[in-house]
Design a binder for this molecule. Structure first.
Ligand SMILES: Nc1nc2c(c(=O)[nH]1)N[C@H]1C(S)=C(S)[C@@H](COP(=O)(O)O)O[C@H]1N2
Ligand SMILES: [Mo]
Length: 556
């Protein structure tokens, strides 16, 4: 009903192997173990040896006129709007993760170095194993849109939602501080820390502490949890998300370092998601355990009524609406995918083109940073033409350069090498989530542009491959002429000071360092200068943009 996969799509989206698997490194398990068992164990130790600490809620100060009383409408609204968007963000995020279901702390993403993986597959070392083959299936009830390799659509849901989530958060925070509602969330003394611990000891040893009426104030642990969700988790989610952008990585190198490195940011982004999920589960459980009816009236209609079921009905209604929207989102994903692509381009494409896309990449990395492993992606060309060229070490290769240029040319590898060499050590970032640092050597595209002299109307450069896309048809991608003229935009014939290998794109591949990996066409056969990307392929800017709804602009 919601999907209309043809046979080729079914094979990719709905593969034979749909096993779910969780592989966690012992050190990560030990940390989880320590965090969980040690804190609960400590609470029990305190209880058994020293007895139950005094319940800090016993000494909550009297409510004064200055304290918040009840929940205004804006607070209820932003709470539920936040819930709605958070569900979309988590579900689409899981779908994105499934496309490379491995998490690391190192930039090179060597197989077996992941601390957590959601795939039973060990990367084989006796044959090429591409990152696309490595993508996992995710049940569409969990993922948005789920299935396998639906990252293009998942990213649209993620990125279209984020600005609204952020806006809601900003309005919420602003109103908190314009009113006295901030007093609910912001602890005013360090005493909140020992108090929270004491409340925790109560919970951990199955002693329900006194429940202050949440209409007026929260207990210490509750306050500190809500404070952390709003003022810690949400900002860290934002920052770690931005730290995964290639345009930012290759310009503001210090930024991903806030999280150790780019993969650290990705791992933390995931851990923040887990924290949100854990919070939702505990939050809902506590709401239910401490007077569901009254609590729901607080947060939905803003009254302190302990008997009316209005709040529960409205809350349930909002949850049902969120579920219903999940079905609609699936329908949109598979029946109207272009509308998602257009909407995301209108919001984020516009935003990024005005901001981080203007950054000029810098090469920060040194030889010692080069990754010992570099994932391979894409389908090797299997045309006779390319195989004949490869058999002869590409001696007969001629790069064709044409389109709207004064001086169309055909250049051999030797000709290209005569025109200049630039070597950069940069980080490659695949849309799927893995990264790798390598040295790339080749011709600055600028030099080629000077030779062929594009017409003034040219805005776009198209790079065609000898290889095919996942669903067949020539692989190609486009870049703005502007990005092609940036530092480190090169046609590379060298990787890590060696001739480019066949798997990594011989004889020639593209590097445009402020963009994601799928824009870096391998096995280049031909370059064309055009007025607009609309004149190539199906007109969306590349093979992945045409067939998988990827973004035209890949700064994030
Ligand atoms: N011709 C062609 N080029 C391609 C691809 C492809 O499938 N076909 N995959 C792209 C993707 S998604 C990535 S991440 C990089 C991977 O480059 P690597 O194999 O050298 O790591 O190549 C890009 N170039
Ligand atoms: Mo990629």
């Amino acid at each position: 009903m919601f999907t209309n996969f043809n046979e080729a799509e079914r094979a990719i989206r709905f593969p034979q192997d749909r096993r779910m698997f969780i592989g966690i490194k012992p050190f990560a398990l030990i940390i989880v173990f320590i965090l969980l068992l040690a804190t609960i164990g400590l609470a029990w130790f305190q209880y058994l040896v020293f007895g139950l600490p005094r319940d800090p809620s016993l000494s909550l100060p009297e409510t004064t006129q200055a304290d918040p009383k009840g929940f205004p409408l804006w607070l209820s609204l932003s709470h539920w709007v936040n819930f709605f968007f958070l569900i979309l963000i988590i579900r689409s995020g899981l779908s994105i993760l499934a496309d490379h279901a491995r998490l690391y702390w190192n930039n090179g993403c060597s197989p077996n170095s992941e601390w957590l993986r959601f795939t039973p597959i060990k990367v084989p070392d006796d044959r090429v194993w591409t990152a696309k083959e490595d993508a996992r299936y995710l049940n569409p009830i969990v993922g948005l849109p789920g299935y396998r390799h639906s990252i293009g659509l998942a990213r649209h849901w993620h990125f279209i939602t984020v600005p609204f989530f952020l806006l809601n958060g900003i309005v919420f925070t602003a109103l908190l501080f314009f009113t006295n509602q901030w007093k609910r969330l912001v602890p005013m003394s360090w005493q909140v820390l020992p108090d929270s611990w004491n409340v925790f000891v109560h919970y951990a040893t199955f002693h329900m502490p006194i429940e202050p009426n949440g209409f007026y104030h929260y207990n210490a642990l509750q306050q500190i949890s809500y404070f952390a969700v709003v003022f810690l988790l949400a900002p860290v989610a934002m920052l770690s998300g931005m730290a995964m952008s290639p345009a930012i990585e290759n310009r503001l190198h210090w930024f991903p370092k806030l999280f150790g490195n780019r993969q650290g940011a990705r791992s933390i982004h995931f851990l923040v998601m887990l924290s949100f999920v854990a919070f939702i589960i505990i939050h809902v459980a506590m709401i239910a355990a401490t007077g569901l009816t009254r609590n729901m009236n607080h947060i939905t209609i803003g009254t302190d009524n302990p008997v009316s079921h209005m709040g529960i009905y409205i809350g349930l209604g909002i949850i049902l609406l969120t579920i219903a929207f999940g079905f609609l989102a699936h329908w949109i994903s598979w029946q109207r995918p272009r509308s998602l692509q257009h909407t995301d381009a209108a919001i984020n494409g516009t935003l990024w083109s005005m901001s981080i896309n203007k950054f000029k990449p810098k090469d920060y990395y040194k030889r010692k940073d080069i990754s010992p492993y570099f994932w391979v992606n894409g389908k090797m060309p299997d045309s006779e033409e390319w195989r004949d060229l490869a058999a002869n070490k590409f001696k007969d290769y001629k790069l064709q350069v044409g389109g709207l240029v004064e001086n169309p040319v055909e250049l051999s590898l030797e000709d290209l090498k005569q025109m200049g060499l630039e070597q950069n050590i940069t980080m490659h970032q695949c849309i799927q989530g893995w990264s790798g640092i390598a040295e790339w050597g080749g011709l600055p595209i600028k030099n080629l542009v000077e030779l062929v002299k594009p017409h003034p109307s040219v805005t776009t450069v198209v790079f065609y491959s000898f290889g095919e896309g996942m669903y067949g048809g020539t692989y190609y991608d486009t870049h703005s002429l502007d990005n092609c003229l940036k530092p480190e935009s090169i046609l590379a014939w060298e990787m890590n000071y060696q001739p480019l290998s066949e798997t990594h794109g011989a004889p020639l591949r593209l590097r445009v360092e402020n963009q994601l990996g799928y824009k870096m066409v391998k096995w280049i056969s031909r370059i064309e200068f055009l007025e607009t990307h609309k004149h190539a392929g199906k007109g969306y800017g590349g093979k992945n943009e045409d067939d998988e709804y990827f973004d035209l602009l890949a700064d994030t």
